[in-house]
Design a protein around this ligand. Structure first.
Ligand code: FES
Ligand code: FES
Length: 157
């Protein structure tokens, strides 16, 4: 079965049945996607499937064949960080950092769908991504800043 991840095609076995998270981490070495709860609650494992944020611990890998998967490793364009990555860095958002790739993947999907999110929309969109370090205020500021950076980049083109 072929998987297209960050624009690159990988071949993986169809059996045994397993979820995308473990294929990414254990078989393909894409360890930027994190394991948190394994039950669909925490958002640490968030990736994009056809541009939509999904929890990779809940997605059977068989459902992903032929669709576009983006992980945190695929956000930057070469040396150029994605606006979400720049904003999270600028705001020194992480504490332990474990939840951060999931936070950034959710934020990226939000901004792609809604380039000018209100504070309430940011809170609602990020609500399902837990941060056990409690960096929520910094995360919200970083998402707002990321949206502004993304808009500026679009307007500059
Ligand atoms: S590890 Fe997937 S939602 Fe927590
Ligand atoms: S920075 Fe530690 S869990 Fe979010």
């Amino acid at each position: 079965m072929n998987l297209v991840i960050n624009g690159q095609t990988y071949q993986v076995a169809k059996d045994p049945p397993r979820v995308l998270l473990w294929v990414l981490r254990d078989e393909l070495g894409l360890t930027g996607t994190k394991f948190g709860c394994g039950a669909g609650y925490c958002g640490a494992c968030t990736v994009h499937l056809d541009g939509v944020a999904v929890r990779s611990c809940q997605v059977p890998v068989s459902r992903v064949a032929g669709r576009a998967v983006t992980t945190i490793e695929g956000l930057a364009r070469g040396e150029e960080l994605h606006p979400v990555q720049r904003a999270f860095l600028e705001a020194q958002t992480p504490q332990c950092g474990w939840c951060m790739s999931g936070q950034m993947m959710t934020a990226t999907a939000l901004i792609a769908a809604n380039p000018r999110p209100s504070e309430e929309e940011i809170i609602a969109a990020m609500d399902g991504n837990y941060c056990r370090c409690g960096a929520y205020a910094r995360i919200r500021r970083a998402v707002a800043r990321a949206a502004a950076l993304a808009r500026a980049a679009t307007e500059a083109v």
